[in-house]
Write a protein that binds this ligand. Structure first.
Ligand SMILES: [Zn+2]
Ligand SMILES: [Zn+2]
Ligand SMILES: [Zn+2]
Length: 313
């Protein structure tokens, strides 16, 4: 089973090595909860990855003319508002395609805002526009030869030309992020993982249209070929997540961690108990209040440092 293996990852923030297996492609630090890696192998074998579906596609088609009009008259605010709607619908339609942290309302809000703003800046930024035009041209120039899993495969030189535009878009995107302040809005903070996710999704989509030599070459160039290790036995204590009751393995020395059950970032350095039902639990780190997973009492989290919770009146 893939979940029993651990991809060799190290946290860019606290330098800890990943110790516990990750149930999704999004790999979080066991000690501080940061997004530290994206596991391509898990991503391609996750059966929950699916396309958004007809409802989302209907909305997208309905908004397309408005988006185009807003773009033509240079109305960035209107464009942004439409993108917000579109991303909100996307997250509803295919949550499995997003980070598991999407269930945390605070994270979701940051994610939606960053996504909508990125899409908007991208359309109104001349450098990005030029790069995406070059990418569209490379797509059009692709040549196909019979054979392979899908019945056709991509002629290698035309595929590599497309791949170059993917790298270029990533570079241009980085510069645009710095220029526009988008980088500071990233829901996962300043992490090198965003780029990796983009590359991974690209590779995932194109693997079926490539032959073995190109696949090997692509895995080498992207650095997505990975090394796995067996999980090491770490000292841990199992405490329920305050939001969803799932077992959370709290490692010794951990400050924050992400719940595998609901995706909330939790304080891992303190175990509290519910002021109503006395259940032991870990608190969500980015919410001011939540309902106790055991008795549904609304609890405020500001008082967490005191070691217990106050009931909200
Ligand atoms: Zn860390
Ligand atoms: Zn949870
Ligand atoms: Zn309770």
């Amino acid at each position: 089973m893939t979940t029993l293996r651990i991809k060799l990852s190290r946290c860019h923030l606290c330098n800890a090595t990943k110790t516990r297996p990750s149930p999704t492609a999004y790999v979080f630090c066991d000690f501080c909860g940061a997004l530290i890696d994206f596991d391509f192998q898990t991503a391609i074998s996750d059966p929950r990855s699916k396309l958004p579906g007809p409802e989302y596609e209907r909305l997208r088609a309905a908004l397309a003319p408005q988006l185009e009009k807003a773009q033509q008259r240079g109305d960035k605010d209107a464009y942004l508002e439409l993108q917000r709607k579109l991303f909100a619908a996307y997250v509803e339609a295919c949550p499995a395609a997003c980070s598991p942290r999407i269930n945390d309302p605070a994270y979701r809000e940051k994610y939606l805002e960053h996504s909508a703003r990125s899409a908007t800046e991208g359309v109104f930024d001349p450098e990005m526009k030029a790069a995406s035009d070059r990418q569209a041209a490379a797509m059009k120039a692709l040549q196909w030869i019979p054979g392979g899993a899908m019945g056709v495969t991509c002629r290698p030189e035309t595929f590599w030309a497309l791949y170059d535009t993917v790298l270029e878009m990533a570079e241009v995107g980085k510069r645009m992020g710095e220029r526009t302040g988008l980088s500071a809005l990233q829901p996962d903070g300043d992490t090198p993982v965003g780029e990796r996710i983009g590359l991974s999704l690209f590779v995932q989509g194109w693997l079926p249209y490539l032959k073995k030599p190109e696949i090997d070459e692509l895995m080498r160039r992207t650095g997505l070929a990975t090394e796995y290790v067996e999980p090491t036995a770490a000292t841990d204590e199992v405490v329920p997540c305050g939001v969803c009751k799932a077992d959370v393995h709290r490692l010794e020395g951990a400050k924050q961690c992400v719940c595998d059950g609901c995706g909330h970032l939790l304080f891992a350095n303190v175990v509290t108990s519910c002021s109503h039902c006395a259940a032991k639990l870990l608190l969500p780190a980015e919410r001011t209040s939540f309902q106790c997973a055991f008795c549904a009492t609304e609890l405020r989290t500001q008082a967490w440092t005191m070691g217990h919770l106050d009931k909200r009146v």
